[in-house]
Design a protein around this ligand. Sequence first.
Ligand code: G3H
Length: 330
Amino acid sequence: MEKTASETRLPQLVAEHPPRNPGMALDLDWVARVQANTSAIERRAKTLPGRRSVKKAHQAAWLLKAVSCIDLTTLSGDDTVGRVQRLCAKARQPVREDILEPLGMSGLTTGAVCVYHDMIAPAIDALQGSGIPVAAVSTGFPAGLSPLHLRIAEIEESVKAGAAEIDIVISRRHVLTQDWQALYEEMRAFRDACGDAHVKAILATGELGSLRNVARASLVCMMAGADFIKTSTGKESVNATLPVSLVMIRAIRDYLDATGYHVGYKPAGGISKAKDALIYLSLMKDELGVRWCQPDLFRFGASSLLGDIERQLEHHLTGAYSANHRHAMG
Ligand SMILES: O=C[C@H](O)COP(=O)(O)O
């Protein structure tokens, strides 16, 4: 990505939103044709961290871009209203004013706040007037093994409670047994239950066995109307990785080429360093273009990334790092 200065400068916001992916009939021949060359993908992924993805002069702008793409997340059994309120305050003002002002930035927020169903109402209250959407994880997150009718009812409840985005988990067994029809029908039912709320399909890629399965599951979920495909719940032993990201991003590109519809991408789980955020953004730019570096088509699912980005921005301005407690998350 290290090209001319104008190419590496932060792209201006594009106002127009592409139409929502309506999905299409399940095309099993297309699914069967999908392959993934694991060694080539892993080779390419290995080169990504070594590259200086963004010129130093433009790093602050890209880090601010990364902040606007974060689904600021808390998904813990011990979540409380107080914790969610503090997280929402952070989503409204993700970076301290004294850091933002010299960078000429105001009105920056995270892309969304992501919580369990019970925390939707407190999050909506705390985000009132900010325009920040609440995303809810659903369908028996993280394993997705509760009865189908309960998983669908859970989506409906969360939409009724005001979640604008629903992060569903797929049944991994449908992928592991290559039952694409079952995966398609499940995803279609989830999408229908979401109504106007956007649906992110969590593939739990660390449990899918192969990159080819990741590619095929990505395609089937897009055919069934997923607005976003997302790597992980953050609870698997392997979460977002660069090889998996390459496969999913290329599936998004193939789907765009074939249908004209834009599907978003959300790597999630274990992304906690600013430098990793820059690698992901530069990967999106290289593979799909700058349009996919905006929050309606790209999100990070992350609970601790924001703190490191704020530290790096402060370092960019002052040349020094402050203590972690100055960048508390909630
Ligand atoms: O979807 C978001 C993930 O659960 C967050 O994972 P993390 O806590 O590893 O950042």
